[in-house]
Design a protein around this ligand. Structure first.
Ligand SMILES: Cc1ncc(COP(=O)(O)O)c(C=O)c1O
Length: 383
């Protein structure tokens, strides 16, 4: 099988934009000895990191680049936000669509007896009523953490309304933007305290890097979850109390951080509205084509309120077998199973068997979408 078509963008992007490749190549050829704040060509390293911080602050609408914190990905970002904002005996709200990057840290806090968690219900297609937020708030509720879009069902959640309700109750708000950053506008507005993002999915940067975008209030109140060398205030065993050093410990992932500057440049060049428009178009084409096939489709019925993520099953066929046939017979790479989000499958009624997930990106072509539909038709007909 020589054809290889990546339809697993929700897991990781396939191609990297020229801006990312150029930024990484230049760094590797000229500057790979840089280590920000740790001697050597320290100043140029700090400048390099700052340029990425500034590019991401612009992309996510953060006024202050020092409120951009680099991490190893959305998982670390979410752990930092959850552990850094939780207080002993507090109560936390989350939705029933959360990825394990949110669900497992919350479950740990529950198991340790440090926090109680209320999982806000969603409909089988992922629909979420923001009115549920105010009803679930208790005197000790500290924050609402929620995914911007389900990585299983693809639906975009009504985050603006949910965060406005949470803010009206005095909560911090934490957004898991792993499935939306780089695909659509994600902005730090007055109701958002924390945006957690990853570098290798929609942003199309390197794997192993991501970050946090923090409001003034979150920057002031989030306690360090990870501690270590920062190259600043080294006489003290306490983490520095200023941003971003307060939340960044250890030698930074220079390659990852540099890739994010290229990623932000590429997105600015392409325009987020254009990216979103194109991805909606190809997702719409795929969803419309699925309606003619004997398949079960999950999530919203169309593409309007959907990321380029489509979960489905062929009745009577295991999702893993379908994934292997798509790969082996047609060269199409998808993902089957629970996609690290068991709660979302319980919500959709697809637990524990899971689904077959197609996910697209800006480099997916309409011809590839048609080829995938044709492959599904052939597999369904062979049963
Ligand atoms: C909704 C969601 N949150 C968090 C993550 C974790 O991202 P990463 O593995 O890059 O840390 C993912 C990854 O699939 C995701 O889909």
């Amino acid at each position: 099988m020589t054809v290889r078509i990546h339809m697993n963008h929700a897991a990781t992007s396939a191609t990297k934009p020229k801006e990312v490749v150029d930024a990484l190549t230049a760094y590797l050829l000229e500057n790979s000895h840089q280590s920000a704040g740790r001697g050597g060509d320290e100043l140029s390293a700090m400048r390099t990191v700052f340029e990425s911080r500034r590019a991401l602050a612009e992309l996510f609408g953060a006024g202050d680049p020092s409120h951009v914190v680099f991490t190893s990905g959305a998982t670390e970002s979410l752990n930092m936000a959850i552990h850094g904002l939780a207080a002993d005996g507090c109560h936390i709200l989350a939705t029933c669509l959360e990825h394990n990057a949110v669900a497992r840290p919350l479950h740990l806090l529950q198991k340790w007896g440090r926090a109680g968690v209320t999982w806000l219900a969603c409909g089988p297609d992922g629909g979420f009523d923001p009115g549920a937020v105010a009803k679930a708030v208790r005197p000790n509720t500290r924050f609402l953490v929620m995914t911007h879009a389900s990585n299983v069902l693809g639906n975009v959640l009504p985050v603006a309304e949910a965060f406005a309700a949470a803010k009206a109750c005095g909560l911090f708000t934490v957004l898991d933007a792993a499935q939306t950053a780089g695909h659509m506008e994600v902005r730090l507005d007055a109701d958002t305290d924390v945006i957690a993002f990853t570098g290798h999915k929609g942003l199309r940067g390197a794997a192993g890097v991501g970050g946090l975008i923090l409001s003034e209030a979150a920057a002031a109140h989030m306690a360090p979850w990870k501690a270590g060398g920062t190259g600043s205030q080294s006489q003290s065993l306490d983490m520095p109390d200023f941003m971003p050093d307060k939340l960044e410990a250890g030698t930074p992932n220079m390659l990852g951080i540099i890739s994010l500057r290229g990623a932000a440049e590429a997105i600015r060049g392409a325009g987020l509205a254009n990216i979103r428009g194109y991805e909606k178009e190809i997702t719409g084409r795929f969803v419309a084509g699925l309606k003619d096939l004997p398949v079960d489709l999950y999530g919203p019925s169309g593409a309007e309120n959907r990321m380029p993520v489509v979960s489905m099953n062929i009745p009577g066929m295991d999702a893993g077998v379908l994934a292997r046939r798509l790969s082996g017979e047609f060269g199409i790479e998808t993902r089957s199973g629970l996609h690290c989000a068991p709660l979302a499958h319980q919500t959709a009624g697809t637990f524990p068997q899971g689904t077959l997930r197609f996910s697209f990106g800006v480099d997916t072509t309409p011809e590839e979408v048609d080829y995938a539909l044709d492959a599904l038709a052939k597999i369904a007909a062979s049963l």
